[in-house]
Design a protein around this ligand. Structure first.
Ligand SMILES: [Zn+2]
Length: 286
């Protein structure tokens, strides 16, 4: 399911597809992706795309004449570009371009979300106001991460997935970041040492960079649950040997989600400094 890297790649594709083009018509079906927003307003979107911003897992479209759209891919949503006569399964909303191509928003499970509003009002929408810092758009450093997460009373992985603290991390990349940092997912954020915050900031950065690299060559984002290759270090690998140390990867439920981790690479308490340095060296090699 889409997290920050997948949404960022979707953004880059859309910018590329809409570059130099005009939306000549937009139309949508009356589905629950509009969640009470007026679905008929989707048809008001037209003209050139002036900007497309990503905040966390949200996309903020600004078209000419202050026409705006907020979009969230949910669990299975994706934008695809097709010729005008193509049939797209689960197409819920469409941009028709002056090139005659059509950009569809396809969403089988309809957990995605769309809402039109004046482009100038996009940032004031409640879901955007509620977001914490965005590690890619705002930049990620140790102080920013510690400020956002350090006072949480939740378990570390749950705190990392809290969109009000760090926008865009989900189950996959939070697990990957913790593995790369050698930190147990259940650690209380307040217990992390300076060295561990540094490793965590680096782990988040490297996990997101990896996600971006994995997806960027594809014309369309493919989600792991749909049979994509699992290139992750620990996510989805419970019961198999850890790629680093061979210990069996375990799973635990946190905040209603399954977390995968290596009990040996991610010890439950603060690591002695010597071990911390060793883990950091291992992390650097990968
Ligand atoms: Zn391991």
């Amino acid at each position: 399911m889409p997290e920050l890297p997948e949404v960022e790649i979707a953004r880059r594709h859309l910018v590329h597809w809409l570059d130099g083009r005009r939306v000549v018509k937009a139309d949508a079906d009356d589905t629950r992706i509009f969640r009470g927003a007026r679905w008929k307003d989707f048809a008001s979107l037209r003209g050139r795309l002036l900007s497309l911003e990503r905040r966390g897992k949200y996309l903020l479209f600004s078209f000419e004449e202050d026409r705006g759209l907020l979009a969230h891919l949910g669990m299975s949503g994706r934008f695809v570009r097709r010729s005008p006569d193509a049939t797209v399964p689960y197409s819920r909303a469409r941009f028709h371009l002056d090139s005659e191509e059509v950009i569809h928003f396809a969403d089988a499970r309809m957990l995605g979300r769309m809402e039109t509003c004046p482009a100038s009002g996009l940032h004031a929408l409640a879901p955007i106001q509620a977001l914490g810092f965005d590690p890619l758009a705002d930049g990620l450093d140790v102080a920013r991460l510690r400020d956002a997460v350090g006072d949480s009373k939740q378990e570390l992985k749950v705190a990392l997935m809290d969109q009000g603290r760090v926008a865009g991390l989900g189950n996959i990349h939070a697990a990957e970041a913790l593995f790369r940092a050698g930190l147990h997912p259940s650690r209380p954020p307040g217990s992390l040492t300076d060295a561990e915050w540094k490793r965590l900031a680096r782990g988040v950065r490297v996990a997101l960079d990896f996600g971006l690299r994995e997806q960027q060559a594809e014309e369309e984002v493919r989600y792991l649950k749909e049979g994509g290759r699992n290139g992750f270090l620990v996510y989805g690998r419970a019961g198999t040997p850890c790629v680093r140390c061979g210990t069996t990867v375990e799973s635990v439920t946190q905040g209603g989600r399954t977390t995968h981790f290596c009990p040996s690479c991610q010890p439950s308490g603060p690591a002695p400094e010597s071990r911390g340095r060793r883990d950091a060296r291992i992390a650097r090699r990968r």
